[in-house]
Design a protein around this ligand. Structure first.
Ligand SMILES: [Zn+2]
Length: 471
């Protein structure tokens, strides 16, 4: 990389109003020019050494050992998780039907013992039902003693400053100062008779009724006993719900639409969507094509609202659980027409789970100034040795557009949110230290630049998105 290439590249991006690193959570021009100078100096220091090498040198292990403790000291902003107790139905707007779990996700994973030992001083070396009782008992005692501080204390143990709570509704046992809420917005796309939608397969039989339930809860919240008979009234109800959720502390809206239908959205007119609404809101089953036309319009309406309200849009973009998840129909690349649509250039998109297993292609979507990639789930579905490679490719491409998430979830009474936070955090910190150690040893970045990237990925990039609201 030559200096002139670095400078003209940065200059071009500034001309185009590229935000990325340039946004801190106040996001102003001043920071921008300081940053440009900084990068130009960095460019000098990189080019001052030698050409990047394809293999790390013998110093890599030492660099890793030096980086890891510094990375552990960086307070984390966890961009995506589902904190809660295992018997709390509001931890998600959908449920997990029985499906096949990848190797590391099975409850035979010995790392979960390490998690319980680290968090609760678990005294055993396995999670046999007999021993697991100790853990359940220990957690119950701590919950009773600590109340609302219980989950905040878990964050403290792991040096997580704040952890997004992507939940159907917030829980009174989560401190909103530590757990900013991300609510679900899919249900606005399923207001009609869903008999055919439900009967597609046994996964949808579980998912679709939960979407109906979510829509009903929004109706209750807005004191709407029956959906409006006119389309304008329906859109106003949707907007009101978003505004109300934002007032209640919601920092973003989340879609897990890939579980329910293909993520390729066409561009119907308002008249086309209105026609479907008026014919089916009072009853009857729309054809598949009619339903999709309506949904495509509503999805795009919600994208626009995300821009108007400065409410970032989080979208599940990876392979999913269940028996019938379609990798083809849920492929992150299906969303390219939305992410690159200039009509939504004011909407911030966060691609939750980074498009895994298409994360290597997906990072190029983050070339758009308003698109970010979140690595939650990737670091627990892959082992650190492999996640390190994905993260390295991201760091080498758009390091200022990637964010950390744990996707922690209460899997059951023994393996809860607590243990999955630990696994996500440990995996990401070690993989991050390893990826950066390679990059330093291979002559790609300086140690100072590497640490700046680590701060960006674990904290600053995500916090910058919310412009102070989440910090
Ligand atoms: Zn999730």
């Amino acid at each position: 990389m030559s200096l002139s290439f670095v400078s003209s590249f940065v200059y071009l991006r500034v001309l185009r109003g590229y935000p990325g690193f340039l946004f801190n959570h106040k996001g102003h021009e001043v920071t921008r020019s300081i940053f440009v100078c900084g990068l130009m100096l960095c460019g000098l220091s990189v080019t001052g050494h030698a050409q990047a090498r394809p293999l790390p040198g013998p110093d890599m292990q030492q660099i890793y050992q030096r980086l890891l403790p510094q990375i552990e000291k960086i307070p984390i902003f966890d961009h995506h998780a589902h904190p809660g107790f295992f018997d709390d139905p509001d931890v998600d707007a959908m449920a997990a039907p029985p499906g096949s779990a990848a190797l590391r996700e099975r409850d035979t994973n010995p790392e979960l013992v390490a998690a319980a030992r680290a968090l609760f001083a678990y005294p055993y070396n396995d999670l046999s039902p007999e021993h697991a009782k100790w853990l359940v008992q220990k957690k119950a005692e701590l919950k009773k003693a600590q109340g609302q501080a219980y989950f905040s204390n878990i964050l403290d143990k792991l040096n997580i400053e704040r952890g997004v709570a992507n939940r159907a509704m917030m829980a009174d046992y989560l401190d909103p100062k530590r757990f900013p809420w991300v609510f679900f917005a899919d249900s606005f796309m399923w207001p009609f008779n869903n008999e055919r939608e439900r009967s597609r397969n046994s996964d949808e039989q579980v998912y679709i009724p939960l979407q109906e339930k979510m829509l009903h809860r929004w109706m209750q919240q807005e004191a709407v006993s029956k959906l409006p008979s006119d389309f304008a009234g329906y859109l106003a109800f949707v907007s009101r719900t978003l505004e109300e959720n934002q007032k209640k502390g919601g920092i973003a809206m989340k879609f897990e639409v890939a579980y329910f239908r293909p993520t390729k959205f066409s561009d119907p007119t308002r008249e086309e969507a209105e026609d479907v609404y008026q014919r089916f809101i009072a009853g009857g089953i729309p054809s598949e094509q009619e339903y999709r036309t309506f949904q495509d319009y509503i999805f795009r309406f919600l994208m626009r609202e995300g821009g108007r309200l400065h409410l970032p849009v989080h979208i599940h973009s990876a392979v999913g659980i269940g028996d019938y998840f379609s990798l083809t129909q849920g492929n992150i690349m299906n969303l390219e027409n939305i992410l690159r649509d200039p009509r939504y250039s004011n909407t911030i998109f966060v691609m939750i789970h980074g498009g895994y297993p298409y994360e290597r292609e997906a990072i190029w979507l983050a070339a758009a100034k308003n698109v970010y990639m979140d690595s939650s789930l990737m670091e627990i579905w892959m082992y650190p040795s492999e996640f390190k490679n994905s993260l390295k490719q991201w760091l080498e491409t758009f390091p200022d557009k990637i964010t950390f998430g744990s996707d922690s979830f209460p899997y059951n009474e023994t393996l809860g949110t607590e243990e999955s936070y630990w696994l996500g955090v440990q995996s990401s910190r070690t993989a991050l230290a390893a990826a950066l150690a390679e990059m330093i040893s291979e002559g790609e970045v300086s140690e100072a630049q590497a640490l700046q990237m680590a701060h960006g990925y674990l904290h600053d990039n995500a916090v910058g998105i919310y412009e102070g609201k989440a910090h």
